[in-house]
Write a protein that binds this ligand. Structure first.
Ligand code: ADP
Length: 190
């Protein structure tokens, strides 16, 4: 199985690149952010709980996120591979993912980190906020909080997989096509 983690700060283009990768490599796309927004649009209890964190730029608690993710993976036993987009965001999530994949007789192939400077991601998120309808994309304070949570809680996940030689950094500045080509070059040499 080809199991990729698409990694990077908020607004780094993970969702955009994931959509292209899914098509090219025929993978299942799992975005925890999209899953929370889906729950919210259906006004479920999980959606309401997630909203209380998302609207503050905080992470949803690991126990909630991990059990939601686990169910999604277990519901799709026959896929050829998975792209994890926005997960894992903490080392505890990475450890849980490793256990889950190990139980399925597989493992993370690579973590691909999109490298984009802070100034550019803030600009991109505010631009996206004009059309995304996402309340967490319109407020500079929430955006700053998301970036700071990324640095403190999420970047250790890069180091976690780097220890196994699985973390790759890709220049995330450029056109969508250019960045996609950079990622494919790496994936094709795996
Ligand atoms: P972005 O990458 O632009 O921040 P996402 O759609 O991935 O957007 O996530 C939106 C919000 O959903 C996050 O700010 C966070 O509150 C919550 N979230 C998404 N994925 C996770 C996760 N793996 N763990 C905890 N919270 C998450």
């Amino acid at each position: 199985m080809l199991n990729l983690i698409l990694f990077g700060p908020p607004g780094s283009g993970k969702g955009t690149q994931a959509a292209l990768l899914v098509e090219k490599y025929k993978l299942l796309h799992i975005s925890t952010g999209d899953m929370f927004r889906y729950e919210l649009s259906n006004n479920t209890e999980l959606g309401q709980l997630a909203k209380s964190y998302i609207d503050k730029g905080q992470l949803v608690p690991d126990s909630v996120t991990i059990s939601m993710l686990r169910k999604r993976v277990e519901d799709n036993p026959d896929v050829g591979g998975i792209i994890f987009d926005g997960f894992p965001r903490t080392v505890a999530q990475a450890e849980a993912l490793d256990v889950l994949l190990d139980d399925m007789g597989t493992s993370v192939s690579y973590l691909i980190s999109l490298d984009v400077p802070d100034a550019e991601i803030t600009e991109r998120i505010l631009l996206r906020g004009k059309t995304s309808g996402r309340s967490d994309d319109n407020d500079p304070e929430i955006i700053a909080k998301r970036i700071s949570v990324y640095k403190s809680e999420t970047t250790p996940v890069f180091d976690y997989y780097a220890e196994e030689g699985k973390s790759l950094k890709i220049n995330g500045v450029g056109s969508i096509e250019e960045i996609f080509e950079r990622i494919c070059e790496e994936v094709d040499t795996l």
